[in-house]
Design a protein around this ligand. Structure first.
Ligand code: RAT
Ligand code: ZN
Length: 422
């Protein structure tokens, strides 16, 4: 029997799991990162890391700075204020602050009170493309899936001009402005040459379909996506419900693309905090049940924001094989909750889910977010293999490698129609 086929003892299981998690390049299926051709839309470096909206929200827990005053500061002034408040005057033990420390440490930069100027000098000296490759290598990821909004005033002109594809970055056609805020954006669709109106009446739906088709041709997306409120219902006799049913779902079917639904965000509960001002609400996942049942030829990727919805999502995935749960999103992307969700998913779904995405907005965040996932997952997987061995089915190195590949590569590859990596 080859080494790969030998049964492992508990110690060997743990080290093999760690090895497989370290050596397998992951696919990051939802980020807000951009390929280099998108220029300044792609954020990187220490000032961007410090002004991440997760940290901005934490900053106001400690600082008396008036929110409106904060927004008038320059990027570097904001970064300095956050550094001083969260990293000097307080101990950075929250998940998001610890992430910055882990990044500094990964580049062997100082992590103490005086680290900011050295970090700035370091990032200033990096050449963008080479730095990007190094970061992906450090994070152990081969492939990044972007979030691309055809109605974003900064992004859409780049696509319309034509943007070179990049073999490590894949596009996603994001639909929030179409499905959730049509009233504010239908005119931008008109400006791009489509005959839609404010009520999405008449030929608006077929024009919206033509819009999606044209953008899909331009972006070659791996899926379409929308983030939805906790109050989302389907079916629904609303403008968004109609556009989803009559424009988005048929276009996804025609193109063989999955639709990713991220459910449970309560937008702008504190608008003064801007991006950091959204909260969470428990959703009624009957919407997902109805979609999966009534549209069996559509495939759905789903992530839910509320901790209380996670178990229900696993149950639904057991009922519908056109549903793929993915990631631990935003407020549930903390080690204690990731652990709980991932245990639950393995127990209920085996390896038929996608455990994590980074949601990185700033390039270097992939380093700590993926390190955290590997660290949280290693003992969980090891324990499951130990239990399996105890129950009578020994595990081999080949079993473990197959499972890790499935969780972090091939489930995503097959759902997004990506050619497997060789
Ligand atoms: O996690 C985040 O950064 C959020 O602000 C959202 O962007 C969310 O991930 C989304 O894609 O809507
Ligand atoms: Zn996101």
């Amino acid at each position: 029997m080859s080494n790969n086929g030998a049964l492992l003892n508990p110690l060997q299981i743990s080290s093999t799991v760690r090895e497989a998690l370290t050596s397998t390049p992951f696919i990051d299926i939802h980020t807000h990162l951009f390929a280099p051709a998108f220029g300044s839309l792609g954020l990187w470096g220490i000032d961007e890391l410090l002004t991440y909206h997760y940290l901005e929200a934490e900053f106001f827990r400690y600082s008396n700075t008036i929110v409106e005053g904060y927004w008038t500061l320059s990027k570097s002034e904001k970064a300095e204020a956050i550094w001083h408040t969260l990293f000097v005057e307080n101990t950075p033990i929250s998940e998001a602050t610890r992430g910055v420390i882990a990044i500094l440490q990964a580049f062997q930069l100082p992590t103490d009170h005086s680290a900011l100027s050295e970090a700035r000098a370091f990032f200033k000296n990096q050449k963008r493309e080479a730095h990007m490759q190094r970061v992906l290598q450090m994070a152990g990821i081969s492939t990044i899936v972007m979030t691309n909004d055809p109605l974003d005033p900064e992004e859409s002109p780049l696509w319309l001009k034509g943007i070179a594809s990049h073999n490590q970055f894949h596009a996603v056609l994001r639909l929030d402005r179409i499905l959730c805020t049509w009233h504010d954006h239908w005119q931008a669709i008109v400006a791009q040459g489509y005959a839609v109106d404010a009520q999405a009446s008449g030929k608006s739906v077929s024009e919206a379909r033509r819009f999606l088709m044209d953008w899909a041709k331009r972006m070659q997306p791996v899926y379409m996506a929308c983030s939805l409120p906790d109050t989302f219902e389907f079916p629904s006799d609303t403008l968004g419900g109609r556009l989803l049913q009559e424009a988005v779902l048929p276009t996804c079917r025609e193109l063989g693309l999955p639709l990713s639904l991220m459910i449970g965000v309560r937008k702008h509960v504190n608008p003064r905090l801007r991006l950091g001002g959204d909260a969470v609400g428990r959703a009624n996942l009957c919407c997902l049940e109805n979609l999966c049942r009534d549209f069996p030829s559509n495939r759905f990727l789903a992530s839910v924001l509320s901790r209380e919805n996670q178990h229900e999502l696993c149950v639904l995935a057991r009922k519908f094989n056109n549903l793929m749960p993915f990631g631990c999103w935003w407020f549930v992307n903390n080690p204690s909750i990731v652990e709980e969700i991932t245990r639950e998913r393995i127990e209920m779904l085996g390896t038929s889910f996608i455990p994590q995405h980074s949601d990185a907005r700033v390039l270097e965040q992939v380093i700590y977010k993926w390190a955290n996932m590997r660290r949280t997952l290693a003992p969980i997987l090891s324990e499951n293999y130990r239990l399996l061995s105890e129950d009578g089915r020994g595990v081999t190195r080949a079993d473990i490698q197959r499972d890790v590949t499935r969780l972090f590569r091939s489930n995503a590859e097959s759902w997004m129609n990506l050619r497997p990596h060789t």
